[in-house]
Write a protein that binds this ligand. Structure first.
Ligand SMILES: *Cc1c(COP(=O)(O)O)cnc(C)c1O
Ligand SMILES: [Zn+2]
Length: 413
């Protein structure tokens, strides 16, 4: 790799050669990939990108830690739509609002960006088998992207994982281990199994390449906005890899001169599980919390990427906000009704946070915001029905229809 120099521990600063099977530093710290921005400036600019026909995350190869000879992974990951939402902006009282629908990735979540990177690096490492533990989406995205590339997967999920995600795993042919315990228990078992059998490790935060894949979400947002930087980018936060990756992408763009300022991050967590936001708000070290929210993808009591996530929020002068499960379900309905975007609970949590900040008067008419929807609502149908209720159920007759409309007060114009 000519564009990437090495990996560096965010805790102790130790430098590692950027081999494809990197994991944590010997001090336990998380590694970060360091680029040669002067070199990248000579091979990448706005015109080169504008002329590029690749509509996937791999259009940003110059900013990604892969060998020039490494093939693009087979599924189309990335280049999800960024919709401007003037009606929702008006409703919330915001200046301008865009929604990035990352539920439109091949396995229907932003995690595809990290998993495609894991598959590319596993191929570089010559691995045939990849393993991970996950609240659900990292798992299904790994299983799908690996299946397309002809690699096998061992996947550990907590038994609470929604059926839609487990169904994806089964269909993609993963060997699935449903662990009767928390995400923390699941993670620890996967770690032990990976050590025992030497599988390629796609565990969040352990593998420093994953957040490099995730950063493509902000590379895209900025290109889709014509390099006009919004004031804020809102994201839901669990392990912290997504928000850390998003920030890395923005800093990369700034370093190579593609953007001229940096937005502020909005970190949104669930009230029942917000160890990172609590640490920021109280300005104290993070402590574990219970995993008490229906937004399963961000029910992470022991965040794996706390250091990088906290750094990203602080460096960006970010805002933290926690939302209740009720507020998450309300945001799910609101996005569906005003934007036609269907997100899973954790997928819409960022938007729930934006709504709350508007109601609190922290965001308003002078602000421009991008809200990332990180996963598709079909993954967790049970909670969607909880949010929106059951349909009108009647026998198939006009009389029954008229009676039901009368009962519900529905007046057809
Ligand atoms: C994983 C996930 C998140 C949070 O990402 P982290 O890297 O764990 O912070 C948010 N939304 C969805 C849908 C996810 O799958
Ligand atoms: Zn270290």
């Amino acid at each position: 790799m000519k564009n990437a120099k090495h990996a560096k521990c965010v805790k102790c600063g130790k430098i590692y050669e950027a081999t494809p099977d990197l994991t944590n530093c010997s001090c336990g710290g998380i590694l970060e990939i360091v680029y040669d921005y002067d070199y990248i400036k000579t091979i990448l600019n706005k015109d080169i990108l504008a002329a590029r026909t690749d509509r996937s995350m791999w259009r940003y190869r110059e900013l990604l830690p892969i060998e020039e000879t490494t093939e693009n992974t087979p599924l189309r990951v990335g280049w999800s739509p960024l919709y401007e939402e003037p009606r929702l902006a008006e409703l919330l009282g915001l200046g301008r609002l865009w929604v990035k629908d990352d539920g439109q990735n091949p396995t229907a979540s932003l995690k595809d960006r990290a998993s495609a990177m894991a598959v590319a690096k596993a191929r570089e490492a010559g691995a045939q088998v990849i393993a991970c533990s996950s609240t659900g989406n990292a798992a299904s995205s790994l299983a799908g992207n690996a299946a397309a590339a002809g690699l096998r997967t061992y996947i550990f999920v907590p038994s609470r994982a929604p059926k839609g995600k487990v169904a994806q795993l089964q269909i993609f042919g993963a060997t699935v281990i449903s662990v009767q315990g928390s995400y923390e228990d699941t993670f620890e078992l996967s770690k032990a199994a990976i050590e025992k059998w030497g599988w390629y490790n796609r565990n969040a935060a352990i593998n420093p390449y994953l957040s490099e894949g995730k950063k493509t979400v902000t590379l895209e947002i900025m290109e889709q906005l014509g390099w006009q930087v919004p004031d804020y980018i809102a994201l839901s936060v669990g392990d912290g890899c997504t928000i850390a990756g998003a920030w890395k992408g923005l800093k990369d763009l700034y370093a190579v001169g593609l953007i001229d300022r940096l937005p502020r991050l909005i970190s949104v967590q669930a009230e029942g599980c917000c160890p990172l936001n609590r640490a920021i708000a109280a300005n104290e070290p993070w402590r574990p919390m219970e995993e008490n929210t229906l937004a399963d993808s961000i029910a992470v009591g022991v965040p794996r990427n706390a250091d990088k996530a906290l750094m990203a929020i602080r460096e960006s002068n970010g805002i933290v906000v926690n939302v209740s499960d009720e507020e998450i379900l309300a945001a799910q309905r609101l996005l569906g009704r005003t934007c036609g975007v269907f997100g899973e609970p954790a997928g819409v949590t960022g938007t729930a946070g934006v709504k709350k900040l508007c109601e609190q008067g922290i965001l308003g008419k002078n602000d421009t915001v991008v809200s990332v929807v990180t996963g598709n609502g079909l993954k967790d149908v049970a909670n969607a029905i909880k949010a929106a209720g059951e349909p009108i159920s009647i026998p198939g007759t006009m009389d029954a229809l008229l009676a039901a409309f009368a009962e519900k007060g529905i007046v057809v114009e």
